[in-house]
Design a protein around this ligand. Structure first.
Ligand SMILES: Cc1cc2nc3c(=O)[nH]c(=O)nc-3n(C[C@H](O)[C@H](O)[C@H](O)COP(=O)(O)OP(=O)(O)OC[C@H]3O[C@@H](n4cnc5c(N)ncnc54)[C@H](O)[C@@H]3O)c2cc1C
Length: 447
């Protein structure tokens, strides 16, 4: 049995801890805050409740696999429900498109109806062009251990392509700005300049179209509570209020971590936080920059509020996103507004300019600047900023240059979002391996 210390209790750290405990390791999880979940969680004020981070997730199979492999299945813990439509797009020319999730035919019809039949076909062809990319990356990069220097040839071809997402989209949708905005939605909302995002990241649209988007009844923040319960059941030693300052490395190998509460010994360390904050790893990732979170306003509303779907994207500069899934007292609504780009006026004024005027209905408001969020979570849950295709190599992989140290989470994930951060934990657990039942001592063979 190895003593594994997991640094960071976001979804990636908790997922790694649950899996490794199920693999019969002795697991200690160190989290600087007073609760687990990281960006996943709730904020409550005066009877209103909002998700602080993710409100929906692609690839529900990732969460199902996590729960099944670490104890009871997901369905026994959380009520996962499909989000339909995945989001409504409002373009600058006034066109509205409610994009269905989980259906190519549905998207063909919806885009065709909103933007014209040729646009519908162009959109589904564009999305389908990522089918091969998804297949290659899923098998060789997202779900399996890999190393920068020993990569499957097909994966290397995809990752080393010089084409940017912006370039592909501009070429394919020369005459329709709405399609260009649609195809760059994820890149823009995740805080990137699309000119620096590799083309393969367009696979996110393929994933949404094919596997749908899901949320949890009552809010995705419930996932944090479910993970907290799961770690209790797996007897993970969770130490809240404990900040990790650095790794303790002896003869090139990690033997522990230095924390605000003293040194904690370890045979293996899993870093599920921004590695730039740990001096032993910082130099390896010195070329990376974090992708910063958006401006966030949680709104508690009362009275006559427009009936909007789960998520509405108001394209333009700034791009605004309205998420409506929060819980509110009778007769109210709990919205979260995210802002990206040039937000030079109050978010409620900017929203009113785009035709969604709720200024008179606001009874509670909590604003969170990008900086406040990064300080609260000790790093950005959006992971690493795309600065071109080289970013893949500038980030850490799941195995780090320090022996005995693995990395998981948003700063390692192939692309941003909850399922991708969670997948890195599965890969790390696979690398560290199980403790064989019959053999008592350290006979695991990390990969
Ligand atoms: C506003 C917002 C909206 C989002 N919406 C979506 C969405 O709809 N769908 C989606 O898929 N994704 C969304 N995301 C992204 C998603 O939240 C992340 O992909 C995911 O939560 C990253 O998880 P993580 O565990 O890697 O990191 P985090 O959630 O950042 O967790 C890191 C944890 O480590 C702790 N920590 C940091 N440093 C230390 C240290 N030195 N010592 C001890 N502990 C430490 C932090 O306190 C935190 O708990 C959103 C994010 C934000 C901020």
């Amino acid at each position: 049995m190895a003593r594994v210390v997991v640094v960071g209790g976001g979804i990636a750290g908790t997922a790694a801890a649950a899996r490794l405990a199920k693999h019969r390791h002795e697991v200690v999880l160190l989290e600087r805050r007073d609760r687990l979940g990281g960006a996943v969680g709730f904020l409550e004020r005066e009877g209103f409740r909002w998700d602080t981070g993710p409100t929906a997730t692609a690839l529900p199979a990732v969460l199902r696999d996590l729960f099944r492999k670490s104890g009871r299945p997901l369905e026994r813990e959380l009520d996962l429900v499909p989000v339909q439509p995945v989001r409504e797009h409002r373009f600058e020319d006034g066109t509205t498109l409610a994009l269905p999730s989980g259906s190519r035919g549905g998207q063909l019809d919806a885009v065709g109806e909103a933007l014209g039949p040729a646009a519908g076909q162009a959109w589904v062809d564009h999305v389908h062009s990522f089918a091969g990319t998804w297949d290659v990356l899923r098998r060789g990069y997202l779900e399996r251990p890999w190393d920068h220097d020993h990569q499957d040839a097909a994966v290397r071809d995809v990752l080393s392509s010089r084409t940017s997402l912006h370039g592909v989209v501009r070429r394919r949708f020369r005459t329709d700005e709405r399609l260009r905005s649609l195809a760059l939605t994820h890149a823009v909302l995740d805080g990137h300049d699309p000119r620096n995002v590799p083309a393969w990241v367009g696979m996110l649209d393929y994933v949404e179209q094919n596997f749908g988007t899901w949320t949890v009844a009552g809010g995705l923040g419930a996932l944090a509570d479910a993970m907290t319960r799961r770690l209790g059941e797996r007897r993970v030693d969770v130490r809240l209020g404990t900040t990790v300052r650095d790794l303790v490395v002896r003869d090139g190998r990690a033997v522990g971590v230095d924390t605000s509460a003293g040194v904690v010994d370890a045979d293996v360390v899993v870093v599920a936080v921004d590695p730039r904050g740990l001096p032993a790893l910082a130099d390896r990732v010195r070329r990376t920059m974090p992708a910063i979170p958006p401006v966030v306003s949680h709104l508690g509303l009362r009275g006559d509020v427009p009936d909007l779907p789960h998520e509405v994207v108001l394209h333009g500069d700034p791009t605004l996103v309205v998420r409506t899934g929060g819980s509110a007292p009778e007769g109210g609504a709990a919205w979260t507004v995210l802002g990206r780009g040039r937000l030079s006026e109050d978010v409620l004024v900017a929203l009113a300019r785009r035709g969604v005027d709720v200024r008179e209905q606001v009874v509670v408001r909590v604003d969170r600047s990008p900086r406040e969020q990064v300080v609260a979570w000790g790093g950005s849950p959006y992971g690493v900023l795309w600065q071109g295709r080289a970013t893949v190599r500038q980030r850490l992989g799941t195995r780090t240059p320090v022996e005995g140290v693995y990395a998981a989470g948003a700063h390692v994930a192939g692309t941003s979002g909850l399922p991708f951060a969670t997948l890195t934990a599965a890969v790390v657990a696979e690398r560290i391996g199980e403790v064989p039942r019959a053999t008592p001592a350290s006979s695991t063979r990390p990969r």
